[in-house]
Ligand binder design. Sequence first.
Ligand code: FES
Length: 172
Amino acid sequence: MSKEWEPRIVAFFCNWCTYTAADLAGVSRLKYAPNVRVIRLMCSGRVDPQFILDALARGADGVLIGGCHPGDCHYVEGNYKALRRFRMLQRMLDQMGIERERVRLEWISAAEGEKVQRVINEMTEQVRALGPLNLPGKFEEWDKEMEALAARIAKEEAKRSEAEPAAEKKEA
Ligand code: FES
């Protein structure tokens, strides 16, 4: 029997707040869905939109970014930068036909273990409802489509070059 699909979520958490809160949730035995792979960064402002696109391209179904509350960033404005990038990324996702709900940004302080639990559980259910993103599979399909297109063009080109020398002879 094939294993039932489970959402895979990559979480980029700021070391000073959300990562600590995730630790606190663990210590406090606040269980959250095991679907999240946490990656720690020193600040949410370090989350390059390319990291998010890479995570999705490599098979993640959703990405969660966790940073310090506005005014609490240890690098002063890193979380505002994260917010600007997040908004820009949402527009990119629209253009790529990827649901915005697959990427979420949350401010979670070190003391908010319960919020980490709630956000992870909510996001897991939201992504579950959206279903698999499967970008790697889509890339494979796209590769096959492009191969078929290239083969069709090569065939047409071959036909054309069969016809063209005759036309050239006529002109000569
Ligand atoms: S240090 Fe936490 S968001 Fe900047």
